[in-house]
Ligand binder design. Structure first.
Ligand code: TRP
Length: 454
């Protein structure tokens, strides 16, 4: 089974080398693994909490999208989208808001830090604090829970938010009596380097010590590298590589052999000026081809838009039925469906929402589909087909057979559907036999409704 890995990138700044080494590069690498189903998105609703500068947000959205694509992210493989293109996210935010304990949000680090600053300066505790900042963890939980992410790669400062997402998912599951949400886990990459900045502290926009990744081209890259702080040892004097930010940055880009050679050269007295040139050239080797792709994307925002719209479509294929199922559980049903509860299935009319199929391509490029109930619950997942026509033909048959025309094999956790003695689809796993049996009734009903319509 694939692990769904999801992470968001707040669209306020321009990516720097620290972002590349600490987040972008490992995320792109992870997305290439066969056992990973990656969801990466631009958290532009979160950006609104930090900035009301529309031009800056617009630019940052574009730069970040172009950066990730240039860094090798394959949008065919990864679901890559903008948060603000997924209306299900703010909808889920509200559902979660209604189960969120206010006391839990009071304890969120970012909000608490703002309150502490106010208290220290003798201001009203909530002076200048928006409800957006207060609700930040709930929006983030919706980002994660809408897609049933298993793992969420984040920095240490975000661990509390993942715990809150788990808490909110668990509460919702508990209140509404079903495992609606997968409970996510934070993924902290211990081996990934945190890059030091120009002054040796962690590279961060807030310290103003960053080295740009693409902005300003190779000229700015070189200029920034020349400003890395070193000690005052002269050429010919042995340097201490292990206390030098310059060496740490080099190591983040170089192979083990290159790193060992550079280490030795510093011990042997390589001058800092020459060392900086070596560092610049090593980074430029990696960055130059990416920068070229970056420039191409930045010159063609329409191409980026198309990619992101396709990403939003893929993401919504998951979020839309999920939210539909939640709406149903919450009692937000269409009045016509409620009326149909007592009516017999034979009175199905065209206006009624129907069960439906949704086709997609899996990680291997094969064609599959799901059957959703009229309320949006996933009922079946087909086997995969190399030929999309074969998948289409199976959908057609399922539409006409009715429950009585199919063979359902019952297992403890779920069911498989057989046609002509071959398994062609299976249900999700259910918590226990009772939920499986209830799902069986819904599956039979959906198959009958499809057949009645045809
Ligand atoms: N809050 C995250 C950050 O600042 C960004 C983010 C928003 C995020 N939504 C998310 C990260 C969902 C992981 C999952 O880094």
């Amino acid at each position: 089974m694939q692990t769904r890995v999801l992470t968001g990138i707040t669209t306020t700044g321009t990516p720097h080398l620290g972002n590349y080494v600490g987040a972008i590069r490992p995320a792109v690498e992870a997305s290439r693994r066969a056992d990973v189903d990656a969801f990466y998105f631009m958290a532009d609703y979160h950006a609104l909490i930090k900035s009301d500068d529309a031009a800056r947000i617009e630019r940052s959205r574009l730069e970040i999208a172009a950066t990730w694509l240039a860094a090798g992210l394959d949008p065919q493989r990864v679901t890559f989208y903008r948060q603000s293109d997924i209306p299900e996210i703010p909808e889920l935010t509200w559902f979660l808001t209604c189960v969120a304990a206010k006391g839990m949000l009071n304890r969120a680090h970012a909000y608490k830090a703002a309150v502490d600053r106010n208290t220290e300066t003798g201001e009203d505790a909530d002076a200048g604090i928006t409800a957006g900042l207060y609700m930040y963890p709930v929006l983030m939980a919706a980002d994660i829970l809408a897609f049933d992410a298993h793992k969420v790669p984040v920095g240490r400062d975000q661990i509390q938010h993942i715990e809150m997402a788990r808490d909110l998912g668990q509460r919702f599951n508990h209140i509404h009596g079903r495992e609606f949400f997968v409970l996510p886990e934070a993924l902290i990459e211990e081996q990934v380097a945190t890059l030091p900045g120009l002054d040796g502290r962690k590279m961060s926009k807030s310290y103003d010590n960053t080295i740009p990744l693409f902005a300003g081209g190779k000229k700015q890259l070189r200029e920034a590298i020349m400003r890395i702080v070193t000690d005052s040892r002269l050429p010919g004097e042995p340097k201490d590589p292990d206390s030098s930010a310059l060496f740490t940055i080099f190591r983040a880009f170089a192979s083990e052999a290159e790193t060992a050679a550079f280490h030795q050269a510093l011990l042997d007295g390589l001058g800092w000026g020459d060392a900086k040139q070596v560092l610049y050239e090593r980074i430029e080797t990696d960055v130059a081809p990416m920068r070229e792709r970056y420039e191409v994307f930045m010159a063609d925002p329409a191409a980026i838009e198309t990619i992101l719209q396709q990403g939003a479509q893929k993401a919504r294929a998951i979020a839309t039925p999920k939210i539909a199922a939640l709406r149903d559980a919450l009692g937000l049903r269409s009045a016509s469906t409620s009326a149909a509860i007592t009516a017999s299935p034979k009175t199905v009319t065209k206006q009624d929402k129907m069960p439906r199929f949704a086709s997609f391509r899996d990680a291997d490029g094969n064609f599959r589909f799901r059957l959703f109930s009229a309320e949006g619950e996933e009922l079946l997942l087909s086997i995969s087909f190399a030929d999309p026509k074969a998948a289409g033909a199976l959908q057609k048959r399922l539409k006409t057979l009715g429950a009585a025309g199919t063979v359902l094999q019952i297992q403890p956790q779920g069911m498989t559907l057989e046609l002509d003695g071959e398994q062609v689809a299976s249900t999700p796993d259910y918590r226990d036999e009772q939920s499986r049996d209830e799902a069986l009734l819904r599956l039979r009903e959906a198959l009958d409704r499809l057949a009645a319509q045809d």
